[in-house]
Design a protein. Sequence first.
Length: 309
Amino acid sequence: MSDLSDTATEIHDEFSEHVDASVDDVEERLQRLVTEYKVPLDEARRSVENHYLDEAGLDRDDLGGRGNETVQVEDVDEPEQWVDITAKVVELWEPRSDSVGQVGLLGDPTGTIKFTKWAKSDLADLQEGQTYRLGNVVTDEYQGRYSVKLNKTTTIEEVDEEFDVGDNEDTVEGALVDIQSGSGLIKRCPEEDCTRVLQNGRCSEHGEVEGEFDLRIKGVLDDGRDVHEVIFDEDATEDLTGVGLEEAKQMAKDALDTTVVADEMRATVLGNYYRVTGPTLGRYVLANDTERLDAPADPEAVLIKARSI
Ligand SMILES: [Zn+2]
């Protein structure tokens, strides 16, 4: 879809309950402003919105989500954005903290994204399998993975919309040719919702803090044509290297040096072939699923086998 028809769909969705206009009607209005009158799309959007606000006798504040951008899951690529989103509850998980009321996975045709609903938000419980229009949710990011948070100001509206939840996962494979700096045993800022990786004991936001240990690998897979950057989180790193967080801490303690962990990991996994599946965020594929592959056949071995037949 073009920007223009995306925008038309968004405007249509904003007004679907208030105004009897089709997406085509909206698009036509936008089109006229943009092509005939050379109005920039942002301005055209505002103007078309104003037209429908007038028509419906509404103020901008009457629209859900205080005029937030309505986004799809795949559009979420920045933390701390206030957005509206229509998505189905794919899965609910057991909250691990008392401050969390509900946690799980939302999906729309473009993919899935984690959501968290704060216990103190006093919002109604979401039901698995139900689609909702969620107004005024905040985006968040952790290790390159995005989520949305429902808060006191969030509006929840059940909608009857049927769609197949998209799969925003990619699969890449190749030889693990590099482990980048910032891999191995790292420390993160313990401040709530921060989790930045510390540099020399300092968080870029909170200054000197008592960090919390974590494991990760930022790796590079080379398939002979392209290179793919992959992030393995704590669990994936342990699966990949056989080294868990406790063991890594012990190694660092014994050596009085945290860098021994990444060195050890390099020695274990560099040169191995992997197939990694997970969502792509920015440059990285986040390893949800990792499979060790046999190395591509050694041509010499193939030749010997061919001669023996
Ligand atoms: Zn911090």
